[in-house]
Design a protein around this ligand. Sequence first.
Ligand code: CIZ
Length: 306
Amino acid sequence: MKKMSAEEELQQEITELKEKRNAVILAHNYQRGEVQDVADYVGDSLGLSQQAAKTDAEIIIFCGVHFMAETAYILAPDKTVVLPDAAAGCPLADMVTVRALRARKAQLNDYAVVTYINSSAAVKAESDICCTSSNAVKVIASIPQEKILFIPDKNLALWAEAQTGKEIAIWPGFCPTHHHITANQVKELKEENTESEFMAHPECVPEVTALADFVGSTSAMFKYAAESQADCLIVGSEAGMLHRLRKENPQKTFILPSKQTVCPNMKRTTLAKVKQALLSLETKITVGEDIRKKALSSVEKMLEVV
Ligand code: CIZ
């Protein structure tokens, strides 16, 4: 019998521990490939929050970043939600604070506040409705107000504005990882790979999404890549996407526009930390009940629209 690699041994230990603990492992599409491989479910924020809401497991090991684990707790407060690396944050989520949001709301009091899921629970609690990149357009179109304050991602806001025609007040936040992708990098790659198609995440800057054959969330990109006739696709998103794309489409080639499209926070979670999280149940993520209830209302409104 072939000897298992150290990585496979660790994965097996994690699977055994997970069963003993009655835990479920949820992993975001941007996680390391070996962490995705040990997860019960791999997906985007929307899919992950739906899984958190319906799981029977007592413990959720959340392989993602802090706001995602908070969202899982908001939906499933009776579960123990564990983030394997407490320092896995999100610079985009940190670009809006409750104080700054309240000040902006006071200036724009007839605007509906639509908040991207990449935000803290406290910010979600100050919002009318949440959205993810997979449903931002649907959520904005679903609300009666024509004037929207969209926080915190300016690129997603501009893209949603173009799709919905609603008046959107932009918040100056951005995802540093998607911001690294430039139009020149994409143009060069398209010239080198003339038959390729380019998929862009709406967190990319408008000059980049303007070059795309397809703009969509991570989940929409998986669908597009599977259905596309192109043999080569340029992926305008985070490097972790390539793992599943290659696994699900072994005959196709996937390339990144830049070596820098790696989210350092997503990559903090390693197999060793997942194992440790199962053993120690640290770090537990919770949200105060008052904020949780208000944030839940914004998240549930989004889930009604999906
Ligand atoms: O919704 C998410 O999880 C994020 C951050 C991006 C995407 O498109 O999946």
